[in-house]
Write a protein that binds this ligand. Structure first.
Ligand code: ATP
Ligand code: MG
Length: 363
C-alpha cells in the first residue's frame, strides 16, 4: 500500500506468509448474529459452540492486510494442516487458529510449527494453554502477587463442599473464550443457585467450572503489542457495563457481547481511552504489563481487568489470541485500542507480523 497508511511498518522484505485460521460454520448453525432482545429467549437456548472461531469477514480482512506486502497462503487449521505447512514451507505463519479439541487446542498449530521449525506470530504452546485454562493462569498470577479474584475449581458437584467464597460469585467454564458459557445467569447469589447452575453447566460444557468472587467495580481491557522492553500498552478500553439493558447483569456476558450489542443496534459499550485518573490508568497499565510478562505472552495479547471492592485492579483473564473484528462498527476491543493508538486494522496486523518476524530474526 502506498503513502502514509502503513509507512512506519513497511517491511524491508517480502515474506511468504501462511495465514492459519478456523472459520465459523454457516451462521444458520448458531444464533449470535440474530438481533434478538435478551428477554426474547432464555440464555440457555443460545448456541455458543463456535463463539471463539472467526467469521469469514475477519479471515478475509486478515488476508487482505497481509497481502498488502507479502505473499499469502491460506491454511485452514484442521487435520491436514501439518502436511500443508510442510509443503508450503512459509517464512512465517500468522496464527489466529483456535482449533476445536481439548485443552491444548490453541496450542496445536504452534506445536506443529515448533516441530517443523516454522516461525509464527503470537504466543507459544505453553502460554496459549496456560491462558486457556483460567484456573492455571490465575495460579501463576497469584504466585507473582498479581491480584486476581479468589476462586475454587469445581470438577464435580461434590467439590461444592469446599466452597468458602463470598457471594455473589461468577461461574465460568475453566477453558473457554468469547464469553462462551458466560451468561447472565453466571452471576450467582446463593448456594442453591450455585448447585443448580453447576449441575446443569458441568454437563453442558463437559469441563470443570471456575467459581470466583465477583469483582464489583469498573471493567477494562488492555491490548498489548510487542516483546520484552519494547512492549507497548495500547490505550485502555473501559467496558461501559451501565450501557447494557437493565435486565442484564453488569457483566460482559454472551448476551451482552453478541445479542444486546449488534451492528444494527450498537451499544455505546466502549470508552477508549478509559476516562480515569492518571494514578488508576498507570496502575492498570502496570498490572497488564506484569501479567503479559509473567505469562510470557509474545507479540500481542489482551488482558481483561476489573476493579475489586477497594478499587484495586484485578486480572480476570488473558487472551493471547485476541478477538479482532475488522469493521469499526463491530465492537472489538483490540482493533479499537489500536485505532486510538493511530493504527489502522492493516497497520495493526502488519505490525504484529513484523514484531514476530523480528523476534525470529527474519528481518
Ligand atoms: N470474577 C469476576 N467478577 C466480575 N465479573 C467477572 C468476573 N469474571 C468474569 N466476569 C465478567 O464476565 C465477563 C467474561 O469473563 P471472561 O473474560 O473470563 O470470559 P471470556 O469468555 O474468556 O472473555 P473473552 O471474550 O474476553 O475471551 C468479563 O468480561 C466480566 O464482565
Ligand atoms: Mg474476557
Amino acid at each position: 500500500m502506498e503513502g502514509s497508511v502503513i509507512s512506519s511498518y513497511l517491511p524491508n522484505k517480502k515474506l511468504k506468509v501462511a495465514l492459519t485460521y478456523n472459520v465459523k460454520p454457516e451462521e444458520k448453525n448458531f444464533s449470535d448474529t440474530t438481533p434478538l432482545s435478551p428477554h426474547e429467549k432464555s440464555s440457555e437456548t443460545f448456541n455458543d459452540t463456535y463463539a471463539e472461531w472467526d467469521t469469514i469477514e475477519t479471515v478475509n480482512a486478515l488476508r487482505d492486510a497481509l497481502e498488502l506486502f507479502h505473499d499469502v497462503t491460506m491454511i485452514e487449521a484442521n487435520e491436514n494442516a501439518f502436511e500443508s505447512f510442510k509443503n508450503a514451507r512459509p517464512d512465517i505463519v500468522f496464527n489466529v487458529a483456535e482449533c476445536a479439541n481439548g485443552i491444548s487446542r490453541e496450542a496445536q498449530i504452534p506445536a506443529m510449527l515448533d516441530m517443523l521449525q516454522i516461525p509464527y506470530t503470537g504466543s507459544d504452546p505453553l502460554t496459549l494453554t496456560t491462558c486457556l485454562d483460567k484456573a492455571r493462569a490465575k495460579e501463576v498470577l497469584s504466585y507473582h502477587n498479581i491480584p486476581t479474584a479468589k476462586f475454587l475449581l469445581i470438577e464435580s458437584l461434590e467439590d461444592i463442599a469446599n466452597f468458602s467464597l463470598k457471594f455473589p460469585v461468577m461461574i465460568k467454564p475453566v477453558a473457554e473464550g468469547s464469553s462462551k458459557g458466560i451468561f447472565n445467569s453466571s452471576l450467582v447469589k446463593n448456594i442453591n443457585e450455585l448447585t443448580e447452575r453447576l449441575s446443569t453447566n458441568l454437563e453442558i460444557y463437559n469441563q470443570p467450572f471456575l467459581v470466583e468472587e465477583y469483582l464489583p467495580g469498573r471493567e477494562f481491557t488492555v491490548a498489548l503489542i510487542g516483546n520484552n522492553s519494547d512492549t507497548e500498552v495500547l490505550p485502555i478500553v473501559e467496558i461501559n457495563l451501565h450501557e447494557l439493558p437493565k435486565e442484564l447483569a453488569p457483566i460482559y456476558s454472551y448476551e451482552a457481547k453478541w445479542i444486546a450489542d449488534t451492528r444494527e443496534n450498537p451499544l455505546n459499550i466502549f470508552s477508549c481511552p478509559a476516562n480515569i485518573d492518571k494514578a488508576l490508568y498507570e496502575k492498570i497499565e502496570n498490572i497488564a504489563l506484569r501479567t503479559y510478562k509473567v505469562l510470557r505472552c509474545k507479540d500481542w495479547s489482551r488482558v481483561d481487568v476489573r476493579l475489586d471492592a477497594d478499587g484495586e485492579p484485578n486480572i480476570i483473564e488473558v487472551n493471547p489470541l485476541p478477538g479482532i473484528l475488522p469493521d469499526p462498527k463491530d465492537n472489538s476491543c483490540f482493533p479499537k485500542a489500536a485505532r486510538m493508538h493511530g493504527l489502522s486494522y492493516e497497520e495493526m496486523i502488519n505490525k504484529v507480523l513484523l514484531i514476530a518476524a523480528k523476534r525470529y530474526n527474519l528481518l
